[in-house]
Design a protein around this ligand. Sequence first.
Ligand code: ZN
Length: 197
Amino acid sequence: MASTEIEQLIQLLAKLPGLGPRSARRAALHLIGRREGLMQPLARALAVAAERIHACGRCGNIDTSDPCAVCADGRRDGAMICVVEQVADLWALERTHAYKGLYHVLGGTLSALDGIGPEDLRIVGLVARARAPETHEVILALGATVDGQTTAHYVTERMAECGVIITRLAHGVPVGGELDYLDDGTLIAALKARRPV
Ligand SMILES: [Zn+2]
């Protein structure tokens, strides 16, 4: 039997995506076996991340600065806002280097089943940004799931009077944390083939 401390480490690791109890045990043993080379640097990195990384008050991206590095970058096109579900989607789009506008991370999708309503997402902030005179286009890069499409429909209605062009990525692109699995070429094609809602 493992000690309480080791059990707790395993239980926490098992909460990570992709890690079940078995792989969590293996990861715990791996860490313990590499105390100075891995476990201690990881513990320090986690402590720093927990202390310093926050959501950007403007777009919802995560960074150590607020506004985040994307929002603060004057070379980016402030006329375009790409709306994504999760930070992972933002990272995937950034990886392509094909998009030079700004982002807005909703923090999920509307979901009747999970009890997630508009007030649980960054929708008020999005509408305010869409209404700003410098914003010309809002690109919806939301999931092809029922919840993703419900959310896209809802935010489109909310932005109806904002005086912006609303477009969405070419259909059939899996998003909502799934953009990460796409190759960059597919993602760039979906961006280029975006069309009005
Ligand atoms: Zn930001």
